[in-house]
Structures are given as C-alpha cells and as structure tokens.
Design a protein around this ligand. Structure first.
Ligand code: T5A
Length: 214
C-alpha cells in the first residue's frame, strides 16, 4: 500500500469553527506574524488547497449541486487526500509550517453532526476514513469558538451564500456541538480559542497559545 508515513519537520496547524467565526481573518494575522518572525509557511484551506481539491470545492460549495450525504462525505475525503499528497506533505517535508483553514474536525462537525446528527455509525465511518487515508493529524488545532448566531451574523454580511451557508441555524447548532465533541475527545491537540472581541484580540490569543506550545 502506498500510504505515506507521518512527517515530523514543519508544524501543522489547523483552524476550525462554525461559519463566520473569523478563521480567515485570524489566519491572515497569524501569517503576518509568521512572516515577521521569518518563519517559512504555506497557507491553505479545505475543502481545497490543491488544484484538484479546489475543483471539488467548487462543486461542494455550489448551491446548485445536489448530492446525498455519503457522496458529500467521500468527496470531502477525496479532496483531503489530494491536498495531503500535493501540498501538505511536501510542505512539512520541506520544514515549512502548514496553516490550514479547516481539516478533519470539520468533517466530524459538518458531516457527522450537521448532516448525520451525531449518528455513531456515521462517526465511525469518518474515523475509519481518517485512519485509512490521513497519515497525520495537525499537531495543533485552534477551534475558534463563538455563539453560532454571532458567527452567522458576521458571515451574513456577505452578498451570496454557498451550499453550506444556506443551511438553517439548527444545522450549525449541531456543527457547533460537533466541534465541542472533537475538543473533548482530543483535548491535547485541540485548543478552544475565544473568538469574541476584535480581530486583534483574537490574533493575540492565538499567538500566545502557539508561543506557549513551542
Ligand atoms: N466543510 C468543510 C464541510 O462540510 N466538511 C469539511 O470536511 C470541510 C473541510 C467551507 C465550507 O465547507 C464545509 C464547511 C464550510 O461551510 P469555508 O470557506 O472554509 O467553507 O468556510 P466558512 O467558515 O464559511 O468561512 P468563512 O469565511 O465564512 O468564515 P471565517 O473564515 O471563519 O470568517 P472570516 O474571517 O471570513 O470572517 C467573517 C466576517 O467576520 C468579520 C470579517 O471581517 C468578515 O466580514 N470578522 C470579525 N468581525 C468582528 N470581530 C472579529 N473578531 C472578526 N473576525 C472576522
């Protein structure tokens, strides 16, 4: 089997959270800090991050796409698998930091809790896919936590909604529950970051968290 083994050199950091919590904004601040500190990094995202995965992202986020839940789950993993091989692994091997907007916890939260309402059989399927196809979890995952309605209000200022953003608030309440489930299950890897307050205040909390772990 050609599954690659874990890579140890660069730092692999993912950001997670419900819609509009401020991941993109926080990542911009972190990347500015990394550049100022002379740290070599790549910034990437899921679904997407590689050429093929970005094509899948366009399909997955298109409001016109109609697919069943299993197909959605498998496409998320197909995108992730390509992303791992094409971008994440080579960057880590080159000693770079990988700053990734969403990773496996989003699948547990969105497909496992948002879609499947925490169904243990679906969660087991997702765990199986992670074990089979993802050789390395992030060293550190920052869960930006904000009340669901506040995140949606932040995101709602945009003009158009993607296929996920069109879901009702109950869906995102379950997604939030999913992130809490992940954080409780893997408290060593996942740190909850209070995402309230100004972008600068959130950025400072994140920088201090990462600095305390080096
Ligand atoms: N998905 C993804 C799955 O279902 N399964 C999976 O396995 C994966 C990987 C991806 C979608 O795919 C789903 C989840 C998603 O629905 P995305 O682009 O990553 O889409 O997801 P979003 O969460 O929708 O990204 P957003 O851009 O909406 O949210 P962000 O990045 O968290 O928020 P950001 O930084 O763009 O900020 C939103 C707004 O708030 C303002 C910003 O200026 C912006 O206007 N803001 C603040 N305002 C006040 N105070 C702060 N501290 C602020 N920080 C940002």
């Amino acid at each position: 089997m050609s599954q690659p083994s874990p890579v140890q050199s660069g730092r692999f950091i993912s950001f997670e959270g419900t819609e509009g919590v401020g991941k993109t904004t926080a990542i911009e601040h972190l990347c500015a800090n990394l550049s100022a500190a002379g740290i070599d990094y790549i910034r990437t995202r899921e679904p997407g991050g590689s050429d093929f995965a970005e094509q899948l992202r366009a399909l997955l986020l298109d409001p016109a796409t109609v697919i069943d839940d299993d197909t959605e789950l498998l496409l998320m993993f197909a995108a992730r698998c390509d992303h791992w091989h094409q971008r994440i692994r080579p960057a880590l091997q080159a000693g770079k930091w990988v700053i990734c907007d969403r990773f496996v916890d989003s699948t547990i939260a969105y497909q496992g809790f948002g879609r499947a309402q925490g169904d243990s059989a679906v969660l087991a399927k997702i765990e199986g896919l992670i074990a089979a196809f993802i050789p390395q979890l992030p060293e550190q995952t920052l869960w930006l936590d904000l009340p669901v309605a506040e995140g949606m209000a932040r995101a709602g200022k945009r003009s158009s909604a993607d296929r996920f953003e069109q879901e009702a608030i109950d869906f995102f309440t379950r997604v939030h529950e999913g992130f809490a489930y992940c954080a409780a299950k893997d408290s060593k890897r996942i740190t909850r970051i209070d995402a309230s307050g100004s972008p600068e205040a959130v950025a400072t909390r994140i920088w201090q968290t990462l600095a305390s772990q080096t």
